[in-house]
Design a protein around this ligand. Structure first.
Ligand code: GLU
Length: 493
């Protein structure tokens, strides 16, 4: 099996397109087939190299690789349509010689009149076929003398044309509604419907999965295959990706381009996992899957015909699950750019061994709170800053809270340092004073963390205590500094 993804480099890649790429990839790999990347850049005004590069990088970022493509070449290249122009011309001439295509000299103005007329009569527009019967010799002379012409394909007229869609089953069309369509434009470049057939044939594509917006192009393409005497591939058309309100997914629903998802701290494997479930449900309710598992389980015949809603909450859930599956070290490496931005570190690899261990411990304590990697600096901040919760501080103003606070301050104010061992000793001292259990630990949690909930107190103390003598870009706030801050807050009011 040979499948392809054939994007036009006319913009940044959108999640809808990425899902198309992914489904082609999964279907190919499931059957040990090849996945080919082809760039459809015949719209020269809108296509750019920058978009092409960004397309390739985005698909790579997602973890998909291709067997043949514009960057790596392959047996059936070139893989950019702009480099295949001669091939399109040659075959268009073959069709003309066989009487299956013809030069058309109708000007845009003439065609506009035809269109207007159809509109007035309330009929769907279809090219009149005016130039169909111009003898080939005469047409060639006009072209040779410099007259502008397009080449049109004689679309066979058939009342009940059918094809079997991989996803939608049998679809039928009345081809009388289809006019002769342009295959080569007056600037010598091929039209989409034509170039795609030439390329898919010569690239030996066996199956095509694409968006439902191409359903009405399929009869034109199949008729071209037949005109050449070639076997058409199988076609499957995916439903649209919709926003939560049911309208086609667009920028106003939130992020839609892949680059944005990266910047927002989504893991590529999570986005890929989520995209695979847009229109397809893995068996046995298994939802958190790696690319290899997706390949094994994917089944194109089980893909839904109805629109798939892009649910950002579900994506968050999937991302969260994938983050839990990463080791602490991987989280720190993948989240490096976000930690750099918040000046927490310059990069995991620049840290010493002890500092690395410290950060891993810190991440372990907050890992379950991470929905995206952008949460990483915020969550780690509890170790670097003293973020206080007003409600929690009420407790320190009560009798029992005050007692703990004063006792702590009395014990450590000279030493100005608190180690983890000191804390254990302090707990004993407090017990001797008759303070223990909740009465002791609740206020201690508020004093040291500033909050009444969050990371368990003993873990928190251990992490802060073990960071004391390490060298950090930014120092974690020590236990003594925390105690001083708590005292200041209480004394101020
Ligand atoms: N370049 C076309 C698109 O991006 C490809 C469609 C197809 O897969 O045939 O829509």
């Amino acid at each position: 099996m040979r499948l392809r993804f054939a994007p036009s480099p006319t913009g940044y890649i959108h999640v809808g397109n990425v899902r198309t790429a992914l489904f082609n990839f999964l279907h190919a790999k499931k059957h040990n087939g090849e996945f080919i990347l082809r760039i459809e850049d015949t719209d020269i005004e809108r296509s750019t190299k920058e978009y092409e590069e960004s397309l390739l990088n985005s698909i790579k970022w997602l973890g998909l690789s291709w067997n043949e493509g514009p960057d790596i070449g392959g047996e059936y290249g070139p893989y950019r349509q702009s480099e295949r122009i001669d091939l399109y011309k040659k075959h268009a001439h073959q069709l003309m010689e066989e009487g299956k295509a013809y030069y058309c000299f109708c000007t845009p103005e003439e065609l506009e009149i035809e269109r207007e007329k159809a509109k007035k009569e309330g009929k769907p527009y279809k090219y009149s076929g005016k130039c169909r019967d111009i003898p080939m010799e005469e047409a060639q002379k006009r072209v040779d003398s410099g007259e502008k012409a397009v080449i049109r394909f004689k679309m066979p007229q058939e009342k009940d044309f059918k094809y079997n869609d991989l996803i939608r089953g049998e679809i039928s069309f009345d081809l009388n509604l289809f006019g002769d369509f342009v295959i080569i434009r007056s600037n010598g470049l091929p039209s989409y419907n034509y170039a795609v057939v030439i390329d898919d044939h010569f690239m030996k594509i066996t199956d095509i999965i694409r968006g439902e917006d191409h359903i009405s192009n399929t009869p034109k393409q199949i008729k071209l295959y037949e005109a050449f005497g070639w076997t058409p591939p199988n076609f499957g058309h995916l439903s649209m990706v919709l926003g939560p309100d049911g309208s086609p997914l667009s920028k106003r629903h939130g992020a839609t381009s892949l680059v944005q998802f990266d910047e927002m701290g989504y893991l590529p494997e999570a986005l890929l996992n989520y995209l695979a479930m847009l229109g397809w449900a893995p068996p046995e309710d298994r939802e958190i899957l790696s690319l290899n598992e997706l390949i094994k389980l994917f089944d194109i015949t089980k893909v839904s015909k109805s629109g798939a809603i892009f649910d950002y909450n579900k994506l968050n859930w999937v991302n969260k699950k994938h983050i839990q599956n990463l080791s602490e070290e991987e989280i720190l490496i993948r989240g490096e750019k976000f930690l750099k931005d918040k000046k927490i570190m310059d990069g995991f690899t620049t840290l010493g061994d002890k500092e690395k261990e410290w950060f891993k411990k810190a991440v372990k304590a907050i890992k379950t709170n991470l929905t995206t990697l952008t949460d990483l600096p915020d969550e780690l901040n509890i170790f670097f800053e003293y973020k206080t919760d007003k409600e929690a501080f009420k407790e320190l103003r009560e009798e029992s809270g005050k007692k703990v606070l004063n006792l702590l301050y009395k014990t450590f104010k000279e030493k100005k340092e608190i180690s983890v061992k000191d804390i254990f000793d302090f707990i004993k001292t407090a017990k001797n004073e008759g303070i223990k259990g909740k009465e002791l630990f609740h206020p201690m949690r508020v004093i040291f963390t500033g909050q009444s909930s969050g990371v368990e107190l003993d873990k928190f103390l251990e992490i802060i205590g073990s960071g004391d003598n390490l060298s950090f870009k930014r120092k974690p706030l020590s236990l003594f500094e925390r105690l001083e801050k708590a005292i200041n807050i209480i004394n101020k009011q």
